[in-house]
Every structure is written in C-alpha cells, then in structure tokens.
Design a protein around this ligand. Structure first.
Ligand SMILES: C[S@@+](CC[C@H](N)C(=O)[O-])C[C@H]1O[C@@H](n2cnc3c(N)ncnc32)[C@H](O)[C@@H]1O
Ligand code: SF4
Length: 375
C-alpha cells in the first residue's frame, strides 16, 4: 500500500500572543489575512501533483478567520487538490473564536476532526497564561461541536503552569474527560526564549510537573485512553493519522509562513516573517528559508527520535542499529528504552525523560563511537 502523505496549512493569526508561545503566530495582523490566503493559494499552485491523504489546518489560530475567509480557504483547498479524498481533516480552534456559523462551514467542507486549544479549565490560570477564553467559552463550543457535526474532538491541555497545583490540573483533566472527547494532547510547559514567560524568568517545577504527568496518565488509562505518543492519548481508533505521518518519517507538504515540508528526502522550512512570506510568493518564488537533504546519520537519527515518540515502538533498520549501537545500548542499560521483538520502545521512565532520549539521536552525536561504527 502507498504510504500516506499529509498536507499542512498554517494560519498564523491570533487574537493575542499567549505568554508561553513561540509558534509562528501574530496578533494585530487581521488586515493582511486576505493577502495571506491568496499567497497560500499561489503557493499551493506550485504543487499540482501533490495528492494528500490527510489535511491539518493549524496555527496560530485558524478559527480567527471569519466565516467568509474560511469559505475562501476551503474553496482554495478543493480547487488546488481536486483529487484529495482526506481520510482525516483536522482544524485547530480556540474556544473564543469558534461559533455555530463557522462550525457549519467546517462540517460542510469535510473537516472531521477538531483540535481545541483549552490548556486548563481554571479561569484564574487561563488569565495568568494570557488566554482570551474562559472555561465556559470552552464548554459551550464543545457542546456546539457535538450538536452540529460528527467531529472527533481533541483537546489540548498544558501542565506545569505557574501557580498550578496538582489538584488544579487533575481536576481540569477529569472535567474534560466528563465530556467524552476522543483524543487528548497533554503538554508540559516549556519556557521558550523570547516569550513573556522567559522575560519574567518563569521556571517549571519539574518534580511537580512529573507528578501531574504521572497522575494524568493514570486517569487517562482508567478512562480507556491509549497513550500512543509521548504527549498524545486517544480512544482506540482515534489516533491522529496526520501526526502519525510525521512520526513515521512520511512525506508532507506544509504551506504558509513558517511551515515545514518533507518531500523526496528534502526538509524545507518556509520563511516565517509574514509580509516577507507573502511578498516572495507573490513574486512567483517559493518562500524557502532553509532546506537540507536528510542523508546518512542525520536521517537515521531523525527517523529514530521521531519513531521513538510512538509508544508502540520503532524498528530501526540495520544501519541504525550499527551506527547508533552505543546509543541503543546505553539507553537500554539506563532503563529509558526496552526491546519488544525487533522494536525499541520508551519505558515509562523514558516517557518522562523523552527529551533526553531524543537528544541521543540529534547531531552532535556521541561522535567517537559513531564515526568508528561508520567505519
Ligand atoms: C499549535 S499550538 C496552538 C494551537 C492553538 N492556537 C491554541 O492556542 O490552542 C498547539 C498546542 O501546543 C501547546 N503549546 C504551545 N506552546 C507551548 C509551550 N511553550 N509549552 C508547552 N505546550 C505548548 C498548547 O497546548 C497548544 O494548544
Ligand atoms: S498558543 Fe495558540 S493562541 Fe496562543 S499565541 Fe500560540 S498559537 Fe496563538
């Protein structure tokens, strides 16, 4: 069977910039939306033979687009990818900017999965991280989605937030589960450079964050969710097909400013400045900021750390076993990964220390042993 290919469209507009966020996302740029949608259309025209199996419209905040702008966006997708029969079409939304009119457009346009950015159901914490919505906005959008369409719903939650107590997080999680979403993404706060949190010198209490993560895993397992990727949990059959393409090193085309693509072994990053992205596309060029052919040890390393994200495990090809022999052995002896037949997979401890595991496969590697192994 032909491997699946993904199409990602980036909508970089937000009502305000959340205090922790370093995504390619801009507030106060509404006036450029229609120019941006035209640029997306023009960029899509550069790929007439790309036939995707999954669609992911992410951001930024795609639900910031008006009903009319959403119509324009979906018309563009239909006309540029006329043969696409999306097995999964995901739309990212924030509670304050989704309404019944937009939900109907999403439904009529073939969207079958909504990813709702909630972060926490605690109104005090929502304010303190710079979110625009309240818990009641979320609850009302959730019920509108259930009433209006047959969407599978994923909810994003964050833990390790400043002033967040263990009970606060677990209460939010349980309240969300009472609504029966099909999928949950759970992210520990990362304090990224250049964010307001970084300027305020916010730090994460790692041992409390770990307790929150452990407590969440227990609750989610009891509720019947499969922990299928480091940060992702789903009822059986509702795992994200689109993200699976990334983790299994499949091909995807990313359109829009700051988007990444992986096609024919080339990793390409688009320009992430909004106006510069539009101007380059308007002049008939691709707006590429960087590209590299992933080969040799870099490619093997990337396949390993992406593959290990999935908790079912990763079967490394023989070259990977050879080149990264010291890493595989050391990770096993440190109890961070384990063998299951031909597959290597994260242990429970490895899940908590996943970034440490992944760093083993990111250049610069454990050079001496690798260069010896490469002979
Ligand atoms: C593409 S982002 C944003 C999507 C959407 N605009 C929103 O705000 O919900 C997807 C998710 O990444 C998570 N996230 C973003 N920045 C983060 C950070 N610094 N640390 C941890 N999680 C983060 C949030 O849970 C967010 O919902
Ligand atoms: S977290 Fe979401 S809404 Fe907030 S700034 Fe980032 S992309 Fe925009």
């Amino acid at each position: 069977m032909k491997p699946s290919r993904g199409l990602y469209l980036h909508i970089p507009f937000c009502s305000i910039k959340c205090f922790y966020c370093d995504f390619t996302a801009f507030s106060g740029q509404k006036k450029i939306v229609s120019r941006y949608l035209k640029a997306l259309d023009q960029e899509a025209s550069f790929f007439p033979n790309f036939n995707p199996d999954t669609l992911y419209i992410g951001g930024g905040t795609p639900s910031e687009l008006s009903a009319e702008e959403l119509r324009v966006l979906f018309k563009m997708i239909r006309s540029r990818f006329p043969k696409a029969d999306f097995k999964e079409a995901t739309f990212e939304a924030n509670p304050e900017s989704l309404n019944i009119e937009k939900i109907k457009i999403l439904k009529d346009s073939g969207v079958n999965r909504i990813s709702l950015g909630l972060q926490t159901l605690d109104d005090r914490l929502l304010k303190s991280i710079g979110r625009r919505h309240s818990s009641s906005d979320f609850l009302s959008v959730f019920s509108s989605l259930r009433e209006t369409g047959n969407f599978s719903i994923s909810v994003d939650l964050m833990f390790g937030l400043p002033e967040q107590k263990l009970e606060d997080h677990l209460r939010s999680l349980k309240q969300v589960l009472d609504l029966f979403p099909e999928h949950l993404s759970l992210y520990g706060l990362q304090v990224e450079d250049w964010t307001l949190f970084s300027k305020r010198k916010i730090s994460v209490d790692e041992s409390l964050a770990r307790e929150m993560f452990e407590g969440s895993i227990e609750i989610l397992k009891t509720a019947g969710f499969v922990h299928y990727e480091v940060s992702n949990f789903a009822l059986s059959g509702f795992e994200s097909l689109h993200n699976r393409i990334y983790w299994r090193n499949g091909e995807y085309l990313g359109l829009g400013c700051g988007s990444a693509s992986y096609l024919n072994g080339m990793r390409t990053m688009n320009e992430d400045r909004l106006v510069s992205y539009c101007a380059q596309i308007e002049s008939g060029k691709r707006a590429i900021a960087s590209s590299e052919k992933l080969e040799g040890i870099e490619r093997l390393g990337e396949m390993a750390f992406l593959g290990l994200r999935m908790l079912e495990g990763y079967v490394p090809p023989p070259e990977s076993r050879q080149v990264f022999a010291p890493q595989w052995d050391s990770l096993i002896s440190r109890g961070l990964i384990e063998r299951r037949g031909e597959a290597f997979r994260l242990t429970q401890e490895g899940v908590f220390l996943a970034n440490q595991v992944f760093m083993e496969f990111v250049s610069p590697f454990n050079q001496i042993s690798n260069s010896e192994a490469l002979g």
